[in-house]
Design a protein around this ligand. Structure first.
Ligand SMILES: C[S@@+](CC[C@H](N)C(=O)[O-])C[C@H]1O[C@@H](n2cnc3c(N)ncnc32)[C@H](O)[C@@H]1O
Length: 197
């Protein structure tokens, strides 16, 4: 029942109307299907609370419309670098970025490989399909292991698709501490604000 509710709401939010209303992002030129789910929306609350003007943000797995990076560029004077592993998403995200009249780097990359290390924040909404999605838990483990020291990280996960206890344990066993957890009324998602202890 909960998953059905989440799917219906996600379907409604994943439209140009809501991309514009919630993020001021015009996706009318997008050729690729995109998802604006509870986690995408909750991440904005965390960005609003923590990212300040002149911060440098790395948006890992920016998705097909680079929604958080475009929002950050429009709303705050921040330096953004966005990465994606999916080549089609990158091409589409570049098109959407141009159409929204903002400019930042969008690069094909696997997590932190070969990137500079001087970011203030790294944001990541890992691609969980369900609570048994071993590959995505491993991706989160690798994300924490490969993150350069001293960076502050935001990881958002949806409790309906992710075992929160397992995520908490992965964070704790990787020498990171949870500084804050961002939640919202009726949202099944949580943003973990973490940094190395
Ligand atoms: C759940 S989507 C998040 C999209 C967008 N950031 C959002 O919050 O709505 C996860 C994204 O991570 C990308 N991804 C998966 N593995 C990755 C990796 N190793 N390095 C970079 N991006 C990756 C996927 O292609 C997908 O676009």
């Amino acid at each position: 029942m909960l998953k059905f509710f989440i799917k219906v709401v996600t379907r409604v939010f994943s439209t140009n109307l809501f991309a514009k209303l919630l993020f001021d992002v015009d996706c009318s030129k997008s050729n690729v299907k995109y998802q604006i789910g509870f986690s995408t929306i909750l991440m904005k609350k965390a960005l609003k609370k923590y990212v300040k003007n002149n911060d440098k943000v790395l948006d890992i797995g920016t998705g097909s419309i680079a929604i958080h990076s475009i929002w950050l560029k429009k709303k705050l004077n921040v330096d953004v670098v966005a990465t994606e592993i999916n080549g089609n998403y990158i091409e589409n995200a570049k098109k959407v970025m141009k159409h929204n009249k903002v400019k930042f780097k969008i690069i094909k990359n696997d997590l932190f490989k070969g990137l500079e290390k001087n970011f203030d924040w790294v944001i990541f909404n890992p691609p969980f399909r369900d609570r048994e999605d071993i590959g995505s838990y491993e991706l989160v483990e690798r994300f924490l292991k490969e993150a350069p020291k001293n960076l502050k990280l935001m990881i958002v996960v949806n409790a309906a698709y992710v075992n929160q206890k397992k995520i908490g344990n992965i964070i704790k066993s990787s020498n990171y501490g949870i500084n804050d957890v961002i939640t919202a009324f009726l949202s099944p998602s949580k943003v973990y604000i973490i940094r190395r202890d």
